[in-house]
Design a protein around this ligand. Structure first.
Ligand SMILES: *Cc1c(COP(=O)(O)O)cnc(C)c1O
Length: 533
């Protein structure tokens, strides 16, 4: 087996009082070591008992019939349940505690949302059902679309993208289509700030554009003068995150938009951090042309292993005609209409004065119905005043974390005023040889999932903490106490921190190797052993 059954790891010294004595099983307290499913399963066991198939006549599979074993691990039902439950206990979840990952917005998923999403009329609809049997589901998509337009002050919304990054691609493809329609397909450069999420440059490159960096000012914002100096006839768009990934509001966004528009480009806004400004700022008022909204961040739908994402894209009047089909809209007759390709012309005449010129499709169907239902439930249960308070409390909580820790951890932009929804720290002032990674690993022993580390890239050894509005002051104080204690140990040079975590099922993995050379396919070690013998 590939696991260390003793539970004793080389980095633990015998004198380390936290290190458990090697036990008989390798299990710790009520946590069981769990091998890979392939190591405990076999090809013979199955959880279901099917009668043997009587062979009548020749196989209809022809040359496609399988001749070798299928190679899947077989387990009985109780073994399967235990395997996955044990693995799940080695994980961390928002239902266990504060999840400080910056930029990821790990907030409580209200149970009311879950109840609504599980109503059979939503949970069991099939995308190929006749349209007149799914009017309620289309009504939900349409009502959510209405609220997204209302909250952002934009003109239209494409609901189908299935994640933030997918939404970025949708928005950039709209921009590409609009430029081509204008006969300006030669605009090939997209400007992206240094602090951008990695998906921004990846999206621009994937859509066939060249990416150029915009530098940041010393206070962590886009350098407006540098941006203006670069604008010209080759610039297709800028992609700007607001609030940005340093947790700061881009105060100059309106000036940026005006300058970009004057130069013939479009403004893409990464709206993944919309939860910090929802109900307070409308991106449409800032001159944004396209912005994705991560329903799984701002509107609390589960993500990160807990559920799929959903990244609707709101569009300006200039970009709306290029949105991908299908569109769901309430037309002038008051009914909800599904606008597929075959009805696009009718829809175009009705809503776009005949200008509708969709770039195509993003997905086979309408998007993530379960996420739509959860997000609409969240919006309606909060109401306009409640959503505004979401943003205010998210910002208040982040500032509480920032001010409570700035005396132990370097906070590079804290001097310039309050932050938005996330607090950014750096590794300056740690003891010689200690790093952000040591703090992250030390937090695990204190019962917390680490914060986002080494992002954004503009800050050395960045630690980005996003508490979200759903944490109480008591929960924040507990987290702050834990992070303060670990930070103090890193400043004092406590050697035990270098080998943390001591209580987790696994300690320090070679994450670089895992990312560069991922082993994604299990290979049965038996044939290799036999060959060696
Ligand atoms: C999360 C995030 C994204 C990407 O969203 P996904 O749904 O993970 O694809 C993009 N930009 C920022 C700033 C984000 O925080």
């Amino acid at each position: 087996m590939s696991i260390n059954q003793s539970g004793w790891r080389p980095e633990m010294t015998a004198g380390d009082s936290r290190a458990p004595a090697p036990g008989f099983t390798g299990n710790k307290a009520l946590m069981l070591e769990e091998p890979l499913i392939f190591e405990i399963g076999d090809g013979e066991t199955t959880g279901v008992d099917l009668p043997a198939v009587a062979r009548t006549g020749a196989s209809r599979f022809g040359g496609l019939a399988r001749t070798a074993p299928i190679g899947l691990a077989g387990l009985s039902e109780p073994e399967t349940v235990r395997h996955y439950t044990r693995l799940s206990r080695q994980n961390y979840a928002i239902d266990l505690g504060l999840f400080p990952l910056g930029s990821c917005t790990m907030k409580h998923n209200p149970r009311l949302n879950e109840k609504m999403a599980r109503l059979p009329g939503f949970a069991d609809v099939h995308p190929l059902q006749p349209v007149d049997t799914v009017q309620g589901a289309l009504g939900v998509i349409n009502e959510l679309a209405f609220w997204l337009i209302e909250l952002t002050g934009m003109h239209g919304v494409a609901m189908s993208p299935k994640a933030g990054a997918h939404g970025e691609l949708c928005g950039i493809l709209c921009i590409k289509a609009a430029l081509e329609k204008r006969g300006e397909g030669h605009r090939k450069v997209i400007l992206v700030p240094e602090s951008a999420h990695g998906t921004n440059p990846a999206t621009a490159a994937f859509a066939g554009f060249t990416v150029e960096d915009i530098p940041a000012t010393p206070d962590g914002r886009v350098d407006l003068a540098a941006l203006e100096a670069r604008l010209g006839p080759d610039i297709a768009a800028v992609m700007i995150t607001n609030p940005n990934t340093c947790g700061l509001f881009e105060r100059d966004l309106k000036a940026i938009s005006d300058a970009v528009h004057a130069a013939g480009g479009y403004v893409y806004c990464d709206g993944a951090n919309f939860n910090a400004i929802v109900g307070r700022v409308r991106p449409g008022d800032l001159g944004v042309d396209a912005m994705h909204i991560n329903l799984h961040k701002t509107f609390s739908t589960p993500h990160g292993g807990g559920g799929p994402g959903s990244g609707p894209v709101v569009l300006s009047e200039a970009l709306s005609p290029f949105a991908p089909l299908p569109y769901t809209a309430r037309t002038r007759d008051g009914h909800v209409h599904l606008i597929e390709e075959e009805r696009a012309e009718e829809f175009s005449a009705e809503h776009f004065d005949g200008r509708l010129d969709s770039f195509g499709r993003m997905t086979a169907f309408h998007g993530q119905m379960g996420m739509f239902t959860r997000a609409l439930t969240y919006i309606l249960s909060h109401g306009a005043d409640g959503l505004r308070q979401v943003a205010e409390d998210a910002v208040l909580n982040a500032n509480y974390v920032l001010r409570s820790l700035e005396d132990v951890l370097d906070a590079p932009f804290a001097g310039a005023g309050p932050c938005m929804h996330e607090a950014l720290f750096s590794d300056a002032n740690l003891a010689q040889g200690f790093s952000t990674l040591d703090i992250a690993k030390g937090l695990i022993d204190e019962g917390f999932h680490p914060m986002t580390v080494y992002f954004p890239l503009v800050v050395h050894g960045a630690m980005l903490v996003e508490p979200t509005e759903t944490e109480s002051k008591a929960a924040l104080d507990q987290f702050i106490g834990a992070l303060r204690s670990v930070a103090e140990r890193a400043k004092a040079g406590d050697a035990a921190l270098k080998s943390a975590p001591h209580f987790a099922p696994r300690a320090r993995l070679d994450e670089t190797l895992a990312a560069r050379k991922p082993v994604l396919v299990w290979k049965d070690p038996a044939p290799q052993r036999e060959a060696a013998e």
